[in-house]
Design a protein around this ligand. Sequence first.
Ligand code: ADP
Length: 171
Amino acid sequence: MKITLIQGDITKMEVDAIVNAANTSLLGGGGVDGAIHRAGGPAILEECRRIRDRQGRCAPGEAVITTAGKLPAKYVIHTVGPVWNKGNEEEKGLLRSAYISSLQLAVKNGVGTIAFPNISTGVYRFPKEVAAEIAIAAVKDFMAQDNRISNLIFVCYEKENYDLYSRILQS
Ligand code: ADP
């Protein structure tokens, strides 16, 4: 069981599942969501549409799973992070839930290796350091309870996030 940190593009990851920082519509957006749909092709959006027709929007803190189209990963786990708004405890809890829900769905689907982007730190404006602390605590707590994830990779697109994670993971 290990946690790995890299700086790069999550769409390139050869893992069982990559996590998408989606929005409640599940119908695609900018940032990492746009990159995943662009690289993965229309099959992912098609599945998202079917899920949405069946169960409606995906609430912040929850997650759904699809195949990964043309991506090297097997699955995409779409989770919705909270939008930062003054930083009340609800937002922090919802960010933690986004990580935990994704991991629960991952192990339910036999995923052993998983890559996460820095959920909510782009358009959703979560302060990067607060988000990093929450993300790292959430995955460590989960992995301490459940040994089915053998490798968890934080994929930071930006150097600022990479440096933050690097510092927090070392301490
Ligand atoms: P949110 O709406 O949850 O804030 P964004 O996609 O705007 O989602 O940003 C989340 C994080 O994803 C940001 O830190 C951004 O730098 C990062 N990101 C953008 N493109 C990629 C990519 N191709 N691979 C990994 N991370 C990415």
